[in-house]
Design a protein around this ligand. Structure first.
Ligand code: AMP
Length: 249
């Protein structure tokens, strides 16, 4: 069984991003970039399925600027077998990514495609769902547990207040949630070994697809600053303020 994992290069989750002065986007020049954390979980899950003898190949795919190769190298060092890089400087929105991933799926024929539930830069939470729709495959989104048994993926999904377990006929699309696993640390020998693994370069023009952005960002702004709190002398004063100032009781 072959597993395809989509990995996106995003601004590192530790970086405190700020809107640009003209509010047209987020300031990321010179910011540290890393693999999207949910995609690290996706790579880890695929590698665990390979280590358990359920999968026999883990292929990574990343779409975007040339530096995506660094992100792919990280996934290869974690243990993936090979990678594909669709290189473009064009801003790719979820529908374009889903379209390109479908074209890659048609080429690679994986039994499972694993994506993150969302990319922490655009927070879209759309690509996995769109890909499943384009492929006509079942989808198990927000996965916190995955089991493969008799031609099906049994996916436990995080839902409000609990979990829901679904069984998906393979091939299928899975998107990962935080609790699925804890990705491994990459060790130096693995980084060295990963240098020898193949990253095949492709271009959007290799696929007959319209990837022009369909959405325009109008404004990016910070949340309003919270007002400073106050200290009240006793419960009566608190009740008075809640009743007469905040008017919440
Ligand atoms: P989004 O729908 O943008 O929140 O992204 C959800 C998931 O789709 C990510 O966690 C990735 O697995 C995948 N994805 C989105 N954009 C890309 C990209 N440019 N390259 C590879 N995978 C991507």
């Amino acid at each position: 069984m072959k597993i395809l994992v989509a990995v996106k290069r995003v601004v590192d989750y530790n970086v405190r991003v700020r809107p640009m002065a003209d509010e047209t986007g987020v300031e990321i020049s010179n910011a540290k970039m890393s693999m999207n954390p949910f995609d690290e979980i996706a790579v880890e899950e695929a590698i665990r399925l390979k280590e358990a003898g359920i999968a026999d190949e883990v292929v990574l795919v990343s779409l975007g600027v040339s530096q995506c190769q660094e992100t792919l190298r990280t996934g290869l060092a974690m243990g993936a077998d090979r990678a594909l890089h669709v290189e473009t400087d064009v801003e790719l929105q979820p529908l374009a990514v889903a379209g390109l991933l479908k074209a890659i799926v048609d080429r690679e024929n994986p039994a499972l495609v694993v994506l993150g539930k969302q990319a922490i830069d655009d927070d879209a939470n759309q690509t996995g769902q769109m890909l499943a729709a384009l492929l006509g495959w079942g989808q198990g989104t927000f996965a916190c547990a995955v089991k493969i048994e008799s031609g099906a993926a049994v996916v436990t999904r995080e839902i409000d207040g609990g979990t829901r377990t679904v069984s998906l006929k393979l091939p299928a699309v899975i998107t990962t949630d935080l609790r699925l696993n804890e990705p491994r640390y990459v060790k130096l020998p693995d980084i060295m070994k990963a240098k020898k693994k193949s990253i095949e370069k492709l271009a959007p023009e290799d696929f007959d697809l319209d990837i022009t952005p369909r959405l325009q960002t109008l404004k990016v702004s910070e949340p309003p600053k919270r007002k400073a709190g106050i200290i009240v002398d006793d419960v009566n004063e608190l009740l008075d303020k809640l009743r007469n100032e905040a008017k919440v009781i």
